[in-house]
Design a protein around this ligand. Structure first.
Ligand code: AMP
Length: 166
């Protein structure tokens, strides 16, 4: 359980966690894969969201997903991308969170992903929460915790520290 003081400090700037959809680079699932490669190369992110009809979140596509299609043991070529769409290589089994996300859930999921897509009940893409933004909040919290509060060990830990045998 996250205690109320830590929770309050971590969530103080909750509204800054979300990078809203209009500022997140994305590709449509039906776009040619060569277009996906172009977007990924231009934006400089290794992985971006894939959207479907009505801005619904359908998955993620990474540079390595595309490059893997382009290479064999000896050569690299754009030719194998011919006829393929983003949907052919995207990752679909992706953890998402809703707009009323819980701190515990976000902390847990960000251990394994550098960012989490935020979606509505109907899977409409609202943006992402990145590990970087969350770490900024953790950084703030660890600096503020003892500046604003008296943090003292619980009795048993204190006894251990003072070598008191009971
Ligand atoms: P960062 O926290 O900025 O290092 O971003 C972590 C990951 O989140 C990046 O590698 C991208 O996969 C994704 N990401 C962050 N910002 C954006 C954005 N504006 N558009 C698309 N993807 C993003």
């Amino acid at each position: 359980m996250i205690g109320p003081i830590v929770r309050e400090l971590l969530l103080q700037n909750r509204e800054t966690f979300l990078i809203s959809a209009e500022n997140v680079a994305n590709v449509m699932y039906q776009h040619p894969l060569s277009h996906g490669l172009l977007v990924l190369s231009k934006v400089g992110y290794t992985k971006i969201p894939v959207l479907g009809k009505d801005d619904r979140f359908v998955g993620l596509v990474s540079l390595s997903d595309v490059v893997n299609k382009m290479i064999d043991l000896q050569t690299i070529s754009m030719d194998p991308l011919e006829g393929l769409t983003v949907a052919d290589v995207m990752e679909t089994n992706v953890a998402t969170i809703d707009e009323n996300w819980e701190l515990e859930e976000v902390l847990h999921l960000l251990v394994d992903s550098p960012f989490l897509p935020v979606v509505t009940e109907d899977k409409v893409f609202k943006g992402i929460i990145t590990r970087k933004e969350l770490l900024k909040a953790v950084n703030y919290m660890v600096h503020e915790l003892e500046r604003r509060n008296i943090v003292s060990p619980k009795v048993e830990e204190l006894k251990e520290k003072l070598y008191i045998v009971s």
